[in-house]
Design a protein around this ligand. Structure first.
Ligand code: NAD
Ligand code: 3PG
Length: 465
């Protein structure tokens, strides 16, 4: 059996490459437009049929092995990195990949994405997609996928455990004993039974937590911008101040948006009960940490558990507590009853493995077949069955601006052939059409491509044959 060091070594910054000549497992004989579909026609290389071995996938942030296995089995060339990359390296690496897989740390900004000339899809191997400039990705016709609930239970369990740990000051007792001090106290240590848990954001995580908290005998109230059916005996409270005043424990499970930035700041802490506890495992921008420090210093808040921070270090072993990242950190660590965890809410074997499977399957279905089911920025479009095993059949994937007259123009181009199946849908400014056409001679393919490419509404095209 290998030693832990050997195992660790083996997994450090591994680069895994599939064989470029491996034949796709997919029944689809296809052309993946591995050419820059956003470059002008004159810059295109020769069109050629799809080989999965041409597909380059870059996986960052220690994405689970299940994903590496699934994507490698597809025949793709998979490059894997344990950590995130600095912006300069990321820009260099993203230039020629067709697909990138990230977690919550890698920032795919418009600047970074503007260098990604071959990119067709992004996989967020997590729940949050705030780290990707979704508007820009959509604008350049790149489909983004995530895993909407595979780690929800893991986060809910961590929060439930932390509620009990805060109520019993477990973190402080443990630190004391680690440093040699026996300090057996019951002063201001509580049972959670009969206390009120306030959940801000009653989505996948918030509602799972609601179930766990009730099993512990807690009363659950929640605040959400939309009306959501309560689970068990939980109650929705619409007025934020009224809600804040009722909670003994307050936990945040909202996405990062402009509305959730500093959702909890001085006025909200002031509206809370004296001696309440605050938890955040959503995003670091949701709580105003300097305000939390002030509220704790005056005894308004009796304890806090934080899993996420406005700035997080890029890799394991790096320091969170440096002024250049978060200047308030020395004050935060000196406070009693503060549990700090390094963004591990979703970090369980179960969650990571399920996310790896879910996202990599969605990515390969999109790459091989064009199915956008599960995408967060594209309309969900998929065509049943695959008639592409026939020599003369081509699947057209046409991503375009959602403007009048496009179907007429596209179908006019396709109408020289038999349109076997077609499906199109739109979502705000973007629309996506998939069509299977038969009776296509190989020499017609370039003509179809060129004519579609010349349409005004086009954002991106791929032809699978
Ligand atoms: N710490 C971790 O490791 C970890 C793991 C998973 C998810 N997360 C974070 O947790 C967030 C929530 O996850 P989820 O799966 O429960 O999301 P979700 O989309 O299922 O639920 C979010 C809920 O928040 C509500 N909401 C949005 N804006 C709000 C506002 N301004 N005020 C009140 N409610 C608001 C939504 O209506 C929704 O019901 C994710 O977006 C992600 O950023 C962190
Ligand atoms: O958005 C999420 O799912 C969580 O924040 C977890 O992110 P991670 O995969 O980077 O741990």
């Amino acid at each position: 059996m290998s030693s832990p060091q050997e195992i660790q070594q083996a997994f450090q910054n591994i680069s895994i490459s599939g064989s470029p000549n491996r034949v796709s497992k997919s029944p689809v004989q296809s052309f993946m437009n591995n050419l820059p579909h956003r470059l002008s026609v004159s810059k295109q290389k020769t069109l050629k049929p799809f080989s999965s071995g041409d597909i380059k996938v870059l996986l960052l942030e220690n994405v689970n092995k299940t994903a590496i296995d699934i994507l490698t089995k597809q025949g793709y060339q998979v490059e894997f990195h344990k950590a995130s990359l600095d912006e300069e390296t990321l820009i260099e690496k993203i230039k020629d990949v067709h697909c990138i897989g990230i977690r919550s740390k890698t920032k795919l900004t418009a600047k970074v994405l503007s260098h990604a000339k071959n990119l067709v899809s992004i996989g967020c191997f997590c729940i949050g997609t705030n780290q990707v400039d979704l508007e820009y990705a959509t604008k350049i016709g790149v489909a983004v996928f995530n895993s909407p609930f595979s780690n929800s239970r893991s986060v809910a369990e961590l929060i439930m455990a932390e509620i009990v740990c805060l109520a019993r000051q477990v973190g402080d007792r443990s630190i004391e004993l680690h440093t040699g001090t026996w300090n057996k106290v019951s002063n201001k240590c509580w049972e959670v039974r009969g206390k009120t848990l306030g959940i801000i954001g009653y989505g996948h995580i918030g509602s799972q937590l609601s179930v766990l908290a009730e099993a512990f005998g807690m009363h659950v109230i929640y605040y959400d911008i939309v009306g959501i059916m309560a689970i068990g005996m939980a109650k929705q409270v619409d007025d934020l101040n009224e809600f804040l005043g009722q909670a003994d424990f307050l936990t945040c499970h909202v996405p990062e948006t402009s509305e959730t930035k500093n959702l909890l700041s001085l006025p909200q802490f002031a509206a809370m009960k004296d001696g309440a506890y605050v938890l955040n495992a959503s995003r670091g921008t949701v709580i105003d940490i300097p305000a939390l420090i002030q509220a704790m210093k005056v005894g308004k808040i009796a304890g806090a558990a934080l899993d996420v921070y406005p700035q997080e270090p890029p890799k394991n072993g790096d320091k969170l507590f440096v002024d250049s990242l978060n200047e308030w950190t020395s004050e935060l660590v000196s406070l009693p009853n503060v549990i700090l965890t390094p963004h591990i809410g979703g970090s369980t074997e179960e969650a990571q493995s399920a996310i790896g499977v879910e996202v990599s399957q969605a990515l390969s279905k999109y790459i091989n077949e064009g199915s956008s089911v599960g995408s967060v920025n594209f309309p969900e479009v998929s065509l049943r069955g695959l008639s592409l095993d026939q020599e003369d059949t081509v699947r057209v994937l046409y991503i375009h601006h959602n403007v009048p007259g496009v179907l007429k123009t596209v179908n006019n181009i396709l109408s020289d052939h038999n349109i076997e199946k077609q499906f199109s849908d739109s979502q705000t400014d973007i629309a996506y059409l998939i069509a299977d056409i038969s009776g296509v001679d190989q020499k017609d393919i370039k003509d179809i491509y060129d004519r579609l490419n010349a349409t005004e509404a086009k954002i991106a095209i791929r032809l699978l044959y």
